[in-house]
Design a protein around this ligand. Sequence first.
Ligand SMILES: N[C@@H](CC(=O)c1ccccc1NC=O)C(=O)O
Ligand SMILES: [Zn+2]
Ligand SMILES: [Zn+2]
Length: 207
Amino acid sequence: MRIFDISRKLVNGMPVWPGDTAFQYEVSWPMEESGSVNVGRLELSTHTGTHVDAPFHFDNGGKRIYELDLNLYIGPARVIDLPPEIESIGVKELKDIDLDGVTRVLFRTLAWKNGTVFPEKIPHIEPELAPYLAKKGIRLIGLDVPSVDPIDSKELPAHHSLNANGIHILESLILDEIAPGEYELIALPLPLVDGDGSPVRAILRQW
Ligand SMILES: N[C@@H](CC(=O)c1ccccc1NC=O)C(=O)O
Ligand SMILES: [Zn+2]
Ligand SMILES: [Zn+2]
């Protein structure tokens, strides 16, 4: 079985959402001091690199990370190629694609071209797409950009619409090397009891 790692590397200096906590890893207790082991310490935002959003991220009454059903994050997923330089992702982009039986879709936009800097402009999900996907039975969408809404959006209409339609969100995947098709997705969030989001190690498997 082949495994494709679709996660962004967590490394000091990596791009983060404008104004958010910089990612920092350090060996805070080195072997020379502890006498036996190296022990690291992390400082990071819950929206660092490849991550899932909990509804609490954009809704004070929404579910926290630990309350999310792990079945969402393990199972069959369809990778869909979108046209280059696409402005937004709506029903018209998907109407000719048969989504019957698909519960997880990953959109490959390739819009985040330079992974060392945070993108200024990204294709976003049109809020009207959420009820369409929900009707098809989709429970999770993933993208290779850091948000389902425009970067400068404060209202977050796509986040809200997806949540209202029972669709969960996986952001900042790396899908450059992934051919469109059927895979098994595994992208489990950490058991952050009160979390609004969580980094994940996202992989695709294919027989
Ligand atoms: N909605 C984005 C993140 C986001 O909006 C954000 C992340 C960190 C710090 C501030 C943020 N938004 C501020 O308006 C996401 O879901 O990852
Ligand atoms: Zn997020
Ligand atoms: Zn988000």
